[in-house]
Design a binder for this molecule. Structure first.
Ligand code: XMP
Length: 321
């Protein structure tokens, strides 16, 4: 019978066979997938795993602390944090095409891991890179038989051709709900296992237009407000995720106090889903939408309008880019 425990046993065995007595590094994003992949590999090879958390500056408020504190507390894993904020922003300068952004982010991630590997050289050779790639990531990046490339997930289609690592991807055949069960089986806490998905390219693909430091700051504030209100309303388990998107190249006229404004719209994209392959837009209570809208337009500078995305997947994807 195909139980969660048997998935764990089988993957641990496979990882041991693949890695042998080698060492691996694992990129942690703060999300469920990389956390579960890391915990699986840790079970297989113990402290021959080192986790690397890249702060690419495209993170949401509080995410770095969550990894540095909660994940380490739960697993006791070796963790190195790399501050790569300037590097990613420089690489993204002037770029607004979604696929180009994804490829740049995927490439920079790998370059940072390669640098981390060189820095760790004194402790031995890290030949393997662990990634939390799931089955739907493979399919949507055009990796499955007969599938089209819809978007290049940063850890699949976004990888550079001259990759220095051998990949270890223990979740490649699994869907999100299975990954959550595996995480629970491995003893990870609810706060990690039940986290809503957040894409590796982060806020970089939720700014429609060029990514700049100022725009990231705006979006981080708007996102924090939306998350706070959804949590307060007890809706976290009801929605799959709620991307908050900044239409950075769009402006509209508004009025605030006794003056004209000419600001940017923020889009709320609450979705319900089983596995992210298809999704429906979530019918959030009007009072909650109202609170989010009022707070965002009052508290976030340069944002004067909040709109709601009422598109299913298909035809829309969950993320706007
Ligand atoms: P889409 O936008 O394709 O998203 O409907 C499906 C799910 O995947 C997440 N997503 C990503 N996750 N790297 C990730 O780790 C990526 O490049 C990426 N792109 C999308 C998205 O948040 C949703 O849960």
């Amino acid at each position: 019978q195909w139980t969660t425990a048997s998935i764990v046993d089988e993957q641990v065995e496979r990882i041991r066979t693949q890695v042998g007595d080698g060492k691996a590094i694992c990129g942690l994003s703060g999300g469920v997938d990389s956390a579960v992949a890391a915990a699986l590999v840790q079970r297989a090879i113990g402290d021959r795993l080192t986790c690397v958390f890249v702060d690419h500056g495209l993170l949401r408020a509080g995410e770095r602390t969550q990894v540095e504190r909660d994940f380490v507390a739960a697993t006791g894993v070796n963790l190195v944090t790399v501050d790569a904020r300037e590097r990613f922003l420089d690489a993204l300068k002037g770029v607004s095409d979604p696929e180009e952004k994804r490829k740049i982010i995927g490439r920079e991630f790998i370059r940072v891991f390669e640098q981390a590997e060189r820095d760790l050289k004194a402790e031995g050779d890290y030949k393997f890179l662990v990634q939390g790639t799931l089955y739907p990531d493979v399919v949507e990046s055009g990796g499955g038989a007969g599938t089209a490339n819809i978007k290049s997930h940063h850890n699949v289609g976004g990888l550079p051709d001259d990759l220095q690592f051998e990949l270890v991807e223990p979740l490649r055949a699994l869907f999100k709900d299975e990954v959550r069960r595996v995480g629970t089986e491995l003893g990870l806490p609810e706060t990690i296992v039940q986290r809503q998905p957040f894409p590796g390219p982060g806020l970089g693909i939720r700014i429609i237009g060029e990514v700049t430091f100022e725009r990231l700051e705006l979006l981080r504030q708007a996102d924090a407000i939306a998350r706070e209100e959804l949590t307060l309303a007890g809706l976290d388990r009801q929605i799959w995720q709620c991307p908050v998107v900044l239409l950075a190249d769009v402006r509209s006229v508004g009025v605030q106090g006794d003056g004209r404004t000419y600001g940017h719209p923020i889009v709320l994209r609450p979705v319900s889903s089983e596995d992210a392959m298809t999704a429906d837009w979530t019918r959030l209570p009007y009072e909650v939408l109202e609170r989010i809208s009022t707070r965002i337009t009052n508290e976030v500078p340069d944002v004067n309008r909040v709109v709601l995305d009422v598109t299913s997947k298909p035809p829309g994807t969950i993320e706007w880019e």
